[in-house]
Design a protein around this ligand. Structure first.
Ligand code: ADP
Ligand code: ZN
Length: 766
């Protein structure tokens, strides 16, 4: 082995340093795209030194066997080193796509959500961006020989060749091939010949296509912000001016003017030359909001799940170049590469869909807060029914500011909510009817006044369950063990978890029973049929994921409803969110029982949110609206509080319950799910992991920390895998971070189970 350590080795070899000797050079710290918490240091070989950047993706070798992996450069330093270092093999990307702030954000995500830094960075960067999807290849011609050299070979110079060379010589920069040929009036073959002579080189560059944005007319409503809106804007402005991180909770019922505050705050940021990100729950569900924003804000980039790879990649670059100033989007928009971010707004911050369902299982609102903190900018969280975590933070943390927008703009009254106990209704009607008499009457009155109605039922299909009155068993999915839903139109039973489809059985599948089956519970389709039967002249449309396979269909129905071509809009929760129809004066919640989430400690919170949200759809322009909520559990306190739109009472009661039970926001949770095709294995393996966690906890003195499990998950089996869960609880977030890091370091989180999922701050407990 060469003893001269100053010689930089070939890139695939180690860089040797003799004992006691030191060397200096550029060292890159790399976070590999692997499930590891380590970062590795590599020497940057001389030829790479000039172009290398933090955030760049590189190929390196790790471990004793020198396994090749890709990773992100997370730090670059000129350093002395005295141990053997490997060199970077090669750069995978020519330049970086991630700013240092985004790299730091990736680090925080990895620590908070207990996943590898490299994996977090990978999740932040759309694959289409790295692959340069949507960019055009553009060819440029460049002169590479000197004129003297060329003149010495006069015989090879035709007039056209000469003209090309002279044009290139006069130009300081490479010239676009098409433009060059057109200018000289030559064909491509002339240029090819010059390339063959070695006089001209052709360089291919990737460029953004010309933007084809439709020009959207900017409109401005002629009203002044009210005093509360004004106060919110001033507070935000003050933070922005002082380069200060701060979270504003904008708590106001729907129609109280939160969106106007976002618009004003974003415009102020634009006026300072900064960019803005506005996060919305699911863009498909908020087309109305988006079209309104497009008319109020310039240079908007929309990020949503419906974009093609090319569209995403182009949009991303236009944000990175500063050409697009405002990013509006769902989850991924929180990672938009804004070079000069000035504000983040999160609409409907309580939305469960903000939680990412793959590793890293981050919550967009919380990542947005981390990002605002890194950039030292304000962040605005808007909601009519803030999550209890945010509400609690707003009352207990110094960096939070609470701004209430106490009433609907123009003092419209909130709708009157009637709670109907369906058990009484069924007893009196002597059968399980779908519409209560109040619902029926109010719906009729609404149609009579030529106003519009919305009806909400959170289940798909015609009848939601098939069951046997004799033995009480129901048809369940053989691989998921949840009740199957009957779709009458397609004459099928479907499992909504694994999409299994079977014919509708007529008799009980329990061999010892074999009695005729009965359908109970109702889906949106049955509701539509019933309502049609009662009101044959009404124009009715149904919105759910069975009828809406395309965003355009959804948009068409929204437009028709807006134009009052539809009288009654029936739907699942899709219609409860964010839509603003001024002529809706009745909303019916057909079944507000907490079916799907009864096992979740946030059940009451969800119920309150649902009822409030639905009620918010009624009477947005005219007031005096009515809402009917049908349920079999009217005694739940959250139902009672929702009746009077009393968020404070609901929140105080619920916080008391949570505090007593040490549930979030009074603790932090992590949920681990292990699954395996054999139930015993799933359970045993979960038991083993619980044991390891208990051992670690026993050695730590961490008050308020404990571990629960193994327990079968509420969804005990999905796609033929049995699922067991472990719940880890700590007193606060930093304890949880510390504990999870320890569990990873001590290799407690591996298992023979088929999968082991770590979900920090879980939102779903199914
Ligand atoms: P939210 O986002 O809280 O639902 P919006 O910002 O959408 O509320 O406001 C509801 C309606 O009231 C919108 O049509 C908006 O244009 C209007 N509005 C908002 N602020 C004012 C104001 N200060 N004066 C008059 N109308 C307003
Ligand atoms: Zn299934």
């Amino acid at each position: 082995m060469a003893s001269d350590s100053s010689i930089i080795s070939q890139s695939n070899e180690f860089l040797w340093v003799e004992q006691g000797q030191q060397s200096e050079g550029l060292i890159a710290e790399v976070a590999p795209i692997l499930s590891t918490d380590k970062t590795y240091h590599f020497n940057v070989p001389e030829p790479m030194v000039e172009g290398i950047e933090i955030g760049q993706r590189v190929l390196v070798q790790t471990g004793k066997r020198g396994r090749e992996v890709e990773g992100f450069i997370v730090a670059l330093d000129l350093k002395l080193w005295d141990s053997t270092l490997r060199s970077i093999e090669k750069c995978v990307d020519e330049k970086t796509f991630l700013s240092e702030k985004l790299i730091a954000l990736g680090n925080q995500i990895s620590r908070h959500y207990s996943c590898a830094w490299g994996l977090a960075l990978k999740a932040m960067l759309p694959e289409a961006v790295r692959k340069e999807s949507g960019l055009r290849s553009v060819r440029y011609a460049n002169m590479v020989a000197s004129m003297e050299e060329i003149e010495s070979q006069q015989d090879r110079l035709s007039p056209k060749r000469r003209a090309i060379l002279e044009t290139l010589q006069l130009s300081q920069e490479p010239i676009l091939v098409e433009a060059l040929l057109e200018k000289v009036g030559a064909g491509a073959s002339v240029l090819t010949a010059l390339v063959k002579c070695g006089w001209v080189s052709i360089e291919t560059r990737k460029e953004l296509p010309e933007p084809d944005d439709a020009i959207i007319e900017q409109t401005n409503p002629d009203f002044k912000l009210n005093a509360d809106q004004q106060a919110a804007c001033e507070r935000i402005e003050k933070m922005a001016q002082g380069n200060e991180f701060g979270v504003m909770l904008l708590h106001g019922v729907s129609g109280s003017g939160k969106t106007e505050v976002y618009i004003h705050a974003i415009r102020r940021a634009l006026a300072r030359g900064q960019q803005a990100i506005l996060l919305v729950p699911e863009i498909v569900l908020t087309t109305q909001l988006v079209s309104r924003l497009l008319h109020r804000l310039p240079d908007v980039a929309l990020f949503h799940s419906g974009l093609t790879g090319s569209q995403r990649s182009i949009m991303w670059r236009r944000v990175a170049s500063g050409d697009k100033k405002v990013v509006i989007g769902t989850r991924s928009a929180v990672f938009a590469p804004c070079p000069n971010l000035g504000i983040i707004c999160v609409d409907e911050e309580q939305e469960p869909s903000y939680k990412n369902l793959q590793t890293p299982r981050f919550h967009v609102r919380d990542v947005a807060i981390m990002r605002a903190n890194l950039h030292k900018i304000p962040i605005v969280l808007g909601s009519a029914t803030p999550s209890l975590e945010t509400f609690y933070n707003a009352h207990s943390r110094p960096e939070y500011h609470l701004q209430v927008l106490p009433s609907r703009v123009m003092s419209l009254s909130l709708p009157k909510i009637h709670l109907i106990d369906m058990r009484d209704e069924w007893a009196e009607c002597k059968q399980p009817v779908l519409l209560s008499r109040s619902m029926h009457r109010l719906l009729g009155e609404t149609l009579g006044r030529k106003q519009q109605a919305m009806m909400l039922l959170n289940r798909r299909g015609f009848a939601s369950r098939v069951f046997c009155p004799a033995c009480k068993s129901r048809i369940t999915c053989p691989s998921c063990q949840v009740g199957m839903v009957v779709h009458v139109a397609s004459k099928q039973c479907r499992c909504h978890y694994c999409n299994l489809r079977t014919p509708i059985p007529k008799i009980c599948t329990n061999l010892s029973c074999r009695q005729p089956l009965q359908q109970v519970g109702f889906g949106t389709q049955r509701l539509e049929d019933d309502v049609r039967g009662f009101f044959p002249d009404a124009k009715i449309a149904r919105v759910d994921s069975d009828t809406m396979t395309h965003r355009s269909e959804y948009e068409r129905i929204v437009k028709q409803f807006q134009d009052r071509e539809i009288d009654i809009l029936i739907g699942t929760q899709m219609i409860a969110k964010g839509l603003d129809f001024p002529h809706v004066s009745f909303v019916g919640v057909v079944d507000a029982d907490p079916l799907g989430y009864a096992t979740d400690f946030r059940m009451n919170e969800r119920l309150f949110q649902l009822v409030t949200q639905v009620a918010g759809r009624a009477g947005r322009a005219e007031g005096n609206a009515q809402v009917v909520v049908q349920t079999t559990v009217p005694e739940l306190p959250s139902m009672r509080a929702a009746l009077t739109h009393d968020y404070e009472t609901f929140a105080q009661n619920e916080l008391t319950v949570r505090e007593r039970a040490s549930l979030p926001p009074f603790s932090r949770l992590a949920r681990l799910i292990l699954s395996h095709p054999r139930e015993e294995v799933a359970k045993q393996e979960t038991d083993v992991v619980v044991g390891r966690i208990q051992d670690v906890l026993a050695k730590l003195s961490m008050s308020g920390a404990n571990v629960l499990g193994p327990n079968a998950c509420a969804m005990a089996r999905i796609r033929n895998l049995y699922r067991y869960e472990i719940i880890i609880r700590t007193a606060n977030a930093s304890d949880l971070r510390r504990l999870m890091a320890m569990l990873r370091e001590k290799k407690c989180l591996f298992s023979k189970a088929k999968s082991l999922v770590v979900d920090v701050d879980p939102v779903s407990f199914s």
